[in-house]
Design a binder for this molecule. Sequence first.
Ligand code: NDP
Length: 393
Amino acid sequence: MRSVSVFGATGSIGESTFDLLMRQGGPDTYRTVALTGGRNVARLAEQAKALRAEVAVVADDRLLPDLRAALAGTGVVAAAGQNALLEAADRPADWTMSGIVGAAGLGPGFRALSHGGTLALANKESLVTAGPLLMAEARRHGARVLPVDSEHSAVFQALVGEDMAAVETITITASGGAFRDWPLDRLAQATVAEASTHPNWDMGQRITIDSASMFNKALEVIETHEFFGIAPDRIEVLVHPESLVHAVVGFRDGGMIGHLGAPDMRHAIGYALNWPERKTLPVARLDLAAAGRLTFSAPDPVRYPALRLAREVMAAGGLCGAAFNAAKECALDAFIDGRIGFTAMAGVVEEVLSRLSAASALGKAAANLDMVLETDRDARRVAGEIIDATQGN
Ligand code: NDP
């Protein structure tokens, strides 16, 4: 029986993964080793019971009594806290979903690689902050990393049977987010509720806001560079409001292979779950005649400064990705908490990168995870200072 673990089981990616596991036979097909959540104890306990998980872990250790109570008599072991998350990742599983949001997903993903198997990587922050280390760790343990982000799954599928040496370009698409058609001068007043509504995809709040600012696409450009090892100047982004073409690979003979599908993460998750097989999945089938037309345009650099920052991060390399991601997470928290406006987020991130680059060698390659975590902490501290100063003005 195939063993699985799901990190971030209670989130948007986690729920889609849970849905597919249940549809594919649940506990009759899979031995569920570990399920984890951040704070949503009730949902985590429901999932753990349904899949008969061996252990359920909640990240917030103050919630351990609640989780224990919810799982009493079920045989599922309850655990809590950061160490418990890492210990859950140490338990061997054939397939692990890395679906925690943010840099918090880095540690468990790394530890899961140590027993080989497959890491289905939704947590793009792992590649942005520590791509070379993560891929080296996977090679060291004979583990496989499969992309789950829809664009990267699309590229991965377009590359089946192809030689990377024949690839000229990789284009990933972006819907343009909630404010694609807003007048530029209104963006500074955009509210959290407005930024949390995605035109096409149903996702967690943080990634939805990151789609409106294009920070999500910025992370994905870096993710493309790290995962496929392609030079930054051969990665392109196109705004594609219909969100039906997820990525296009251009080859040296002039041919292009694109990947189309309904905007439903269960396709990419299901592909990673069943790879190399394709199984029947509960996603809508595209009706291209009904779609009528597919439109593409170059992103506006003024509306989406995050894309320029991603290029600067790739040019600097090394620890710059860790600083970029941490600064972005702080700026996003500050926006969600009402401390800064929507357009101020990019300014905070740019200022953090500029101050840290002046103070240290951000371009230095990360020799280990501790260096990544130290840069993450530095960037959060500097971002906090900048945000406080912004509020004071
Ligand atoms: P959600 O916010 O919906 O879910 C995040 C999950 O992580 C939840 O289970 C949450 O727990 C848990 N969590 C939050 N903070 C912590 C923490 N500090 N420690 C441990 N666990 C924590 O996020 P998404 O599912 O949207 O995104 C997950 C990852 O997948 C992100 O990296 C995102 O970029 C990526 N991704 C998401 C897509 C999507 O469609 N949603 C598409 C492509 C990539 P709880 O809810 O219990 O508090």
